[in-house]
Write a protein that binds this ligand. Structure first.
Ligand SMILES: Nc1nc2c(ncn2[C@@H]2O[C@H](COP(=O)(O)OP(=O)(O)O)[C@@H](O)[C@H]2O)c(=O)[nH]1
Ligand SMILES: [Mg+2]
Length: 348
C-alpha cells in the first residue's frame, strides 16, 4: 500500500492531522482498516462513485481503496546532522512514497513555536533545507562509490555518475532534487531513496478564514491545501448528521484525494451484487497489468477487458442493458486504463 509521511516542524499540527484522518475510519463500519500502529493509519480514499454504483448493483459491501498515513516525529534545524531525532527521523521519511508537509499559519500564544514566531515561508525553507542537506549527504556517499566503479570502467556506473553529479549540484544549493528535469531513463538510474524527489503536498494549518495561502511562497508546482486542522479534528468526532446540523462539511477528504493525485494514482472500479470496489493503479497502467491488481492469475490468463465509463453505466442503469445497447467496449491487454472505468475482465 502506498504511504504518505506527515512531516513538519514540532507543534505545527501533524498529530492533529493524523488523528483527524484516522478518527474518521472508526466510524466507517464497513471498512476493515483502522490505526495499525500509534503512528501509522490506513485511510479510505473517499469516492462518491462507489456509493452510486453500489446502489445500482445492490452490492452487499463497498470497498474503497486506501492509502497509509504515517505521523513522523517533528523535524528540527540541523536534523541532517543528527539534531532532534535526526537520522532516525529521516529514515522514516525515506520509507514513504510521498510527503504531506504541515506548515503552521495559525497564531496561538498557548502553542509554542520552536522558532518563537509564526512564519510559514521561513518554516518551509527550514524543512526544505534539512531534506536537501540529508539528500546531499546520501548523494555524496553514492558518488564516492560510483567514482571508483566508473574509473574501473563500468559503463552503468558512468551513466549513474552523470545523473548523481547533476543532483549534487542542485542539492548543494539547498534545492530539492525534484527541480532537476530528469528523463524517465535518467530517473531510473537513481538507486537511493531521495527525500526531495518524493512528491510533495503542503498542508497550511490556518486558523479562521482560509486565505493565508496566498501570503507565502511554496516551491513551484507544489499543491497547497489550507485547512484548520484543529477544527477538522473537532468535526471528525461528530457524526455526519451533527456536521450537517452545524452546516459544516469536513475538508479533509480534499487532502486525501489530493495525495492520491500527487502520487499519480487513478482508480478503476468493479461492481456487482457481492461488492463495489475501487482498485488503485498508476496513470498509464495497461489493462493486463490492472487485471493483476485483482489477482495474479487474472494477469496471466487475461483475454480482454470489458469497459465502460462509470457515468455512462449509471445513466444506462445496468451492466446487462449497457451490453444490450452495445455500450460495453472490449479492450485488449495493451489498452491504457483511464480513471473511473468500470471493468469486467475476461479470463482464460
Ligand atoms: N489554535 C490552533 N491550535 C492548533 C491547531 N492545530 C493544532 N493546534 C494545537 O497545537 C498543538 C500541537 O499540535 P500537534 O498536532 O500535537 O503538533 P505536532 O507536534 O506537529 O504533532 C496542540 O495543542 C494542538 O491542539 C490549529 O489549527 N489552531
Ligand atoms: Mg506530533
Amino acid at each position: 500500500m502506498l504511504s504518505i509521511g506527515i512531516v513538519g516542524l514540532p507543534n505545527v499540527g501533524k498529530s492533529t492531522l493524523f488523528s483527524a484522518l484516522t478518527k474518521k475510519q472508526v466510524d466507517m463500519s464497513n471498512y476493515p482498516f483502522a490505526t495499525i500502529d500509534p503512528n501509522v493509519g490506513v485511510v479510505a480514499v473517499p469516492d462518491e462513485r462507489l456509493d452510486k454504483l453500489a446502489a445500482m448493483s445492490n452490492s452487499a459491501k463497498i470497498v474503497p481503496t486506501a492509502i497509509e498515513f504515517v505521523d513522523i516525529a517533528g523535524l528540527v534545524k540541523e536534523a541532517h546532522k543528527g539534531a532532534g531525532l535526526g537520522n532516525q527521523f529521516l529514515s522514516h521519511i525515506r520509507a514513504v512514497d510521498a510527503i504531506a508537509e504541515v506548515v503552521r499559519a495559525f497564531e496561538d500564544p498557548n502553542v509554542i513555536h520552536v522558532e518563537g514566531r509564526v512564519d510559514p515561508t521561513a518554516d518551509i525553507d527550514t524543512i526544505s533545507t534539512e531534506l536537501a542537506l540529508a539528500d546531499l549527504a546520501l548523494v555524496e556517499k553514492r558518488l564516492e562509490k560510483l567514482e571508483g566503479e566508473a574509473r574501473a570502467g563500468d559503463p552503468e556506473s558512468k551513466k549513474r555518475l552523470a545523473v548523481y553529479g547533476r543532483l549534487h549540484e542542485l542539492l548543494g544549493r539547498g534545492e530539492p532534487a525534484r527541480n532537476e528535469p530528469l528523463k524517465p531513463e535518467e530517473e531510473s538510474l537513481i538507486d537511493v531513496q531521495l527525500l526531495t524527489l518524493k512528491p510533495l503536498i503542503c498542508v497550511l494549518n490556518t486558523d479562521g478564514p482560509e486565505t493565508a495561502h496566498t501570503a507565502f511562497d511554496m516551491p513551484q508546482a507544489t499543491p497547497v491545501i489550507s485547512l484548520n486542522l484543529k477544527h477538522e479534528l473537532d468535526l471528525a468526532s461528530l457524526t455526519e448528521a451533527e456536521q450537517h446540523e452545524l452546516g459544516e462539511a469536513p475538508r479533509l477528504p480534499l487532502l486525501i484525494t489530493a495525495c492520491y493525485d500527487v502520487l499519480g494514482l487513478i482508480s478503476f472500479l468493479t461492481t456487482g451484487p457481492k461488492e463495489t470496489r475501487a482498485w488503485t493503479i498508476t496513470r498509464g497502467t495497461s489493462a493486463q497489468k490492472a487485471a493483476g491488481k485483482i489477482h495474479s492469475d487474472f494477469e496471466k490468463n487475461f483475454i480482454r477487458a470489458e469497459v465502460i465509463d462509470w457515468r455512462e453505466l449509471l445513466t444506462i442503469g445496468s451492466w446487462a442493458k449497457a451490453r444490450e445497447l452495445g455500450k460495453i467496449r472490449s479492450e485488449g491487454k495493451e489498452y491504457i486504463m483511464r480513471d473511473g472505468e468500470v471493468i469486467e475482465f475476461r479470463i482464460g
